[in-house]
Design a binder for this molecule. Structure first.
Ligand SMILES: [Zn+2]
Length: 753
């Protein structure tokens, strides 16, 4: 930064502080603004006036969207930042756009679906009344600045007893304008309670864990928001300590900058200005709210902690400075984070890697750095959802965390999982000996409870296993083991029949999971194949899709942008019409070689099947991940982004269509306004399956005999063959059903072949 600009910041900050709206006694209007092409010095300017950079959205190098007061907007404009006001008044915007929820299984509150402080207290009492045998009483931990009780509760069997079970903690509403950080916890609690003695996972967690919740760390800030915006949309973030900034949103300490690890390390990750939204307080743990969390964590033996916030679709792990934890912890953070993100595609990483900016004095840094616990800051909701999502988004967003919250509870203790299965060959024939490797992991934070057993049960008698269980000894926390053995495919099994086994890996007290691994016996029949060497005749293409000489085999492949990087704002496709007799094949699969560089989280390629009356259905394969819900990525829908690191073989199993019969397939590509990459390439596209009809069994009575000859003669004479029965009728496999197929069939029946 040049010296002149540096001086200017300080002078302007000075005026800024003294031109705040509190001097006029008015409530601050919060705006959403977009800063284009933010430079490091721009970000410093933003950080230096205490604009929080922890719940923002944007795209590195292109733009960032932040929530600021209208006076901060003016200040940033004066400082010469290139910006656009996206939303003039966020509170008003949140209220006006909110659409009501119609589903009422989960009772919603009166602030755009979120509970007020009183409603939350009542809701807890109701849950406790119904589920008192598994929910503890309220445990008052202490009082906030304004004297409200900060309370915790526990979910477990025998909730009044401190049992010797792994315990973990979930906290919500540290920042008062992030109601989903609390709502998702109450939703999870209701799921656990309703699932107790019904759902095996929920029952196990309640019987074998102690799940602690502090639903509201910052009740004063939350009550302030509901006081000045009773219908939701309040933008106050901090606690309500009087920091001599008037009565409005400028007042208070940012609780997530007040923890003791790296407190006040610099003025970009937190602010020393008492009226700033990221004011860190007088000293570490100066605030009763953070002191209460600290005392509670220190008084118990938590294994792991989630400190919930919103928004951004992230699971942020330490450190706020951007430094990475050392291994093995880094691997633990990455693996557990990605397992939590499996159903919602949240991005896992440090604040620097996800949001792009640093913080200090935050809760996860202290929880890990000081207490040594595995911990994340989940950021619930997309950039579109923002702080106050539309009411009809509250339940989907809560539901979106149930998997992650469950995984996090499982890993508190010993938790044995199947981590991978690999066969020595892709296809096997009757009579083959096949080698299989089974990888298991104790992904939990406690060592296994005694030795681990891997039980393997065959699905049917078409395979022969050498044993039904094997013992692998004790597995330490986070350790893996692999077992490898041969099994046999029965001589009497039919090609095209399905077999496999069910694997469960467990110790004396871990949760017992059953994973089914299945396969079809025999080599499948190829129904369609295109290596693109003969051009694009099979496909209808639009946009920039076309032939590319960047191929896996031969000279040609196809790509969404064969010549250089793809463009912005694309929505293009390449379509294959093919619907030949899918119902007469089992184990149908589509395979192709693919190679891609697609902008992460915003651009997307999807492979889809068209089913009449259903429309296009996105299919998942070995290499797809789920869409982020941002820009070009439909929420939770499978597709490709990031980098494939070279050519990979993709396999799409058609059984995911549940017997729906597709008539077309396509690759569809969507890009957003900013950022692009090399694109998506496909080669060696094939469709194959195991025929479930017998060639020549024209009348489909499972016998090939004289009646089939009569039937086929009729078909040929009336020229009435059906394309989707060609596998049965076209015996010489030349694509036409004619007299030669009849001769072929007669010869077959007469035994001349
Ligand atoms: Zn927050």
């Amino acid at each position: 930064m040049d010296r002149k600009k540096f001086v200017a910041i300080y002078v302007a900050t000075f005026f800024f502080v003294f031109s705040l709206s509190y001097l006029k006694g008015e409530q601050s209007v919060y705006q959403s603004i977009r800063i284009f092409y933010p430079s490091i010095s721009d970000i410093k300017i933003v950080g230096s006036i205490g604009i929080p950079l922890d719940h923002i959205s944007g795209k590195e190098e292109y733009y960032m969207d932040i929530a600021v007061t209208s006076s901060q907007t003016s200040y940033l404009q004066e400082m010469g930042l290139d910006l656009e006001v996206l939303v003039e008044d966020m509170s008003k915007y949140f209220q006006e756009r909110s659409l009501p929820e119609t589903q009422r299984d989960f009772p919603l509150g009166s602030m755009q679906g979120n509970y007020t402080w009183d409603e939350l207290n009542t809701r807890f009492d109701e849950l406790r009344e119904i589920y008192g045998s598994i929910i503890s009483e309220r445990l008052t931990l202490g009082q906030s600045v304004e004297g409200r009780d900060i309370w915790a509760f526990k979910l477990s069997d025998n909730p009044s007893i401190d049992e010797n079970e792994p315990e973990l903690l979930y906290t919500g509403l540290t920042h008062a304008r992030e109601p989903l950080s609390m709502m998702n916890l109450i939703y999870f609690v209701q799921e656990l309670c309703e699932g107790y003695n019904i759902n095996e996972e929920m029952t196990y967690l309640i019987n074998n864990r102690e799940l602690w919740f502090i639903p509201v760390v910052n009740p004063d800030g939350y009550v302030y928001n509901e006081t000045y915006q009773p219908n939701g949309g309040g933008m106050h973030r901090k606690n309500r300590l009087n920091t001599n900034c008037g009565d409005n949103t400028e007042r208070g300490v940012d609780l997530n900058r007040n923890y003791g690890y790296g407190w006040g390390a610099n003025n970009t990750g937190s602010s020393s200005n008492p009226c700033s939204d990221t004011y860190r307080g007088n000293s570490a743990f100066s605030e009763p709210e953070t002191q209460i969390v600290k005392d509670f964590v220190e008084s118990r033996s938590f294994m792991n902690v989630l400190h919930y916030h919103s928004y951004g679709n992230y699971y942020i792990h330490p450190f706020g400075s951007g430094n990475l934890p050392e291994d093995p912890d880094l691997t633990t953070f990455r693996e557990i984070g990605n397992q939590m993100a499996k159903e919602n595609s949240f991005v896992v990483g440090t604040g620097q890697e996800t949001v792009g900016y640093t913080v200090n004095g935050d809760a996860v840094d202290w929880t890990y750095g000081n207490q040594g616990l595995i911990t994340f800051t989940p950021e619930v909701g997309t950039s579109n959802d923002s702080f106050w999502p539309s009411e009809n988004r509250v339940i989907p967003l809560c539901d979106n965390q149930v998997h992650a919250n469950s995984v996090f509870a499982f890993i508190s203790g010993n938790d044995i999982i199947l981590d991978g299965v690999e066969f020595s060959e892709r296809f096997f024939e009757p009579g083959d000996t096949v080698n299989v490797s089974i990888q298991i992991q104790n992904r939990g934070l406690l060592d296994s409870d005694g030795g681990v057993t891997v039980k393997i049960e065959q699905l049917n008698s078409l395979i022969i296993l050498p044993f039904d269980s094997i013992s692998v000894g004790t597995l330490e926390s986070r350790a893996s083991d692999m077992i490898s053995f041969n099994f046999f495919i029965s001589n009497t099994s039919d090609t095209g029949s399905k077999s496999g086994f069910i694997i469960s890996a467990y110790d004396q007290s871990s949760f017992m999971r059953y994973d089914t691994v299945s396969f079809f016996i025999g080599y499948p029949e190829l129904l369609f194949f295109d290596d693109f060497e003969e051009g694009l005749d099979n496909w209808q293409f639009e946009g920039d899709w076309g032939l590319s000489n960047f191929s896996y085999s031969g000279n040609w492949a196809i790509g969404n942008s064969p010549n250089g990087n793809y463009d912005n704002n694309q929505n293009t496709q390449i379509v294959l019409e093919f619907d030949s007799g899918f119902m007469f094949f089992d184990g149908l699969n589509i395979s192709y070689k693919a190679n891609w560089e697609i902008e992460l989280y915003d651009d997307f390629v999807q492979f889809q099947a068209y089913v009449p009356n259903e429309g296009w259905i996105s299919l998942h394969g070995k290499h797809t991940t789920l869409g982020s819900g941002q820009q070009g990525q439909p929420w939770k829908s499978p597709g490709y982004h990031g980098s494939s690191d070279g050519w990979v073989e993709e396999i799409i199993l058609m059984e995911q269509l549940n017997n729906l019969i597709p008539t077309k397939f396509r690759f569809v590509f969507v890009s957003d306004t900013y950022g692009n990459a090399d694109g998506f390439f496909v080669d060696d596209f094939g469709i194959s399956g195991h025929p479930n009809l017998i060639p020549g069994d024209v009348n489909m009575d499972t016998f090939v005999n004289i009646f089939d000859i009569i039937n086929l003669a009729d078909i040929i004479q009336s020229n009435s063959y059906e394309q989707n029965l060609i596998y049965v009728q076209d015996l010489d496999r030349n694509g036409i059903v004619n007299i030669f197929d009849l001769i072929n069939l007669i010869n077959q029946i007469m035994g001349y072949q």
